[in-house]
Design a protein around this ligand. Sequence first.
Ligand code: FCB
Length: 803
Amino acid sequence: MTATTISARGETLAFPDGFVWGAATAAYQIEGAARDDGRGPSIWDTFSHTPGRTAGGHTGDVACDHYHRYAGDVRMMAELGLGAYRFSVAWPRIQPSGSGPANAAGLDFYDRLVDELLAADIAPYVTLYHWDLPQALEDLGGWTNRDTAYRFADYTQIVHDRLGDRVGTWMTVNEPWVAAVLGYGIGAHAPGRASAAEVFRASHHLLLAHGLGARVLRESGAREIALTLNLAPVITPDQVNDPDLVPSAEDAEAVNRIDCLINRQYLDPALRGSYPAPALAIMDRMGGLDHIRDGDLEAINQPLDLLGINYYTPCVVRSEPGEPANAAYPGSEDIRFSGAHAPTTAMGWAIVPTGLTQLLTRLSRDYPEVGLLVTENGAAFDDVVTGDRVHDTDRTAFFEGHLRAAHAAIEAGSDLRGFLVWSLLDNFEWAEGYDKRFGIVHVDFETQRRLPKDSALWYREVIRHNGLHRERVRRPTLEAVAARAGVSRSTVSRVINGEGTVSDEFRAIVLDAVNELGYVPNSAARSLVTRRTDSIALVVSGSPAGAYPDDPLFSATVRSATRELEDAGKRVTLMLADSAEGRLRVERYAASGHLDGVVLDSTLSSDPLPTALARTGIPVVSLGRPAVSAPTSYADIDNTGGAASAVRHLLARGRRRIAAIAGPPDTIAAQDRLRGYREALRDTGHRSIIAVGDLTLASGADAMRQLLRDDPALDAVFVAGDLMAIGALRVLSESGRRVPDDVAIVGFDDIGAASYTVPALTTVRTPRTDQARAAVRLLLRQIDGGPASSTILPTELVIREST
Ligand code: FCB
């Protein structure tokens, strides 16, 4: 099965032939019947029965009572058209005390389940360990005890002996990272232990169990063997919205370290037979390496047919010197784990579908020998039952986004073979108890009634078509609700926002329409009072004509912002606000409701327009950081960091008398560049010598002359703009200074001319088109009701002959 088999069949975004569609569950989360038929206690029984461990003191004693209702549940799966069902076998049903002879009644249950599935033409996918370790083994040390891995191999043999004639696909261990870290590192999951040293022991033994189990399965003739991991692309905050951004060296180190802990600590031993060096160094520091014995890595590195991927949300990190380690990531000192600027699920997990594309393409690139299967992907939302429907539009949108992301990965060559939603049923969500609902089927835990949610009905159609409609599912709009209820949009909006100004009668009519249409107000609708216009103004402000010339990269910036906006279906109006009158015009226009938002190019720190526009309440994003007092969000470039890197480069070249030609002092970018220069010098104790220009070539020449007068012995100049640097180069050559031998020089911006000067100019490249695009994306997100966030893009030092 390759990407070439994907074709656009009519209106469908088709998946490869034979693509497996299914759903997943886990034993302790759904079975209940905790003491039936000889089942022994597991660590989750003990943990959930310990006061204070789970939300509301919930336990899996009854759960979805699937143990007794499995036949009906399988019928429902068949109705939904599932091709595969991933469930886990409860080890304590098979070996109530974790070792010794099999409990026949326990095996019988899975035997019946498998037969029922096969009769319904649903492939059984068996997970052998989904966290319910027999308590008797925990009493001997649990996963910190090496022997547990050998017990797991025995148990695997027992289960395969009974089911192997009918089950083709086997998953050994589910999410060793979660089992080790949450169970042994921070105590949030069973068995509730908290020790940084034990995490790595437990982790290693879970991997060893995988390897030993996989070997048993292979020798017993299993058709497909897999390991299921919780994997997350590790990205910086800026990459959440722009995956192609290149992080700074410090951030790249942070990303790599966390990637080694959460992803490669498992991927590499299982698929390459080695631990990544950074993870090994951390393990060593935390508790030594004596638990890793000779031959272990060979045992873990068994040939695998499939890699199971559980993807929910990316891991967002950046470098932050001084930050203490995150308890879930021993060894993560100097790294900040930040939230993502993205909508979240009821778990608070950021929804980032592109993370799945990144993950899948990366796995197929780095581990090409193994086929990929999404064994879990899904979301908890606060579902509402209306009559016999659950209009879970958010969940449908979540799946749709992730399936599009998966499809994109397949098109890019990723060997993805199937997709299993988490979860079939609302269930016992571990420490969260029953409060967090992940099912595509709603479960009423009082009556055990099953009710397929709208997302399940939608999924059935996806399965039937082996793909998605090219057009996204259209969510019912506020307008549609208003039309159905026969009221105005603002009435609907007031009802949704719980304002008391609507009569009970109209409130009831609106709520009926909301339920009937399955309308789920998003944050935009909650705040929405004006109509969308699809018009955006690109406002250029604050450069009084004649004070200094146009920024050489201005047209590139405007062009890429305009293109990005037009691609998003927006009309763009360019407005100039270079006088008090012009500013007033812009303000009035923004306040009049003619615009969805503004991209603002404002350079002067005293510009009143950012504050005035923010007051109108429409979304505004500035190109560049506005004055501190202005509450608009912005997409800036790292002016301070760029200047500092230029000066550090000069210092590294041995320069000691480094002067600066600064830009106009009333612009924020120039202030930031000057700050970077000063900070880099301050660290070394060298003194600063500063002249000021207005960004023109002539002003650069004047400033250079002045600097040579002030300090004839200077040996380097940092110039806050390339045109000024070109002027300065001229003066240096007129005065007989050789560049770089006598005086080295660095510019800023990397305009086209910088590479043609003699000698070619070393300069700081500013990603201006990226900046414009980022500003537009931030704006579009705000217009869609997302948070008002800002971003700062890194700059890059381009070294040429002038230094
Ligand atoms: C995964 C688990 C699964 C469920 C989902 C939400 O980590 O494998 O059992 O809890 O998260």
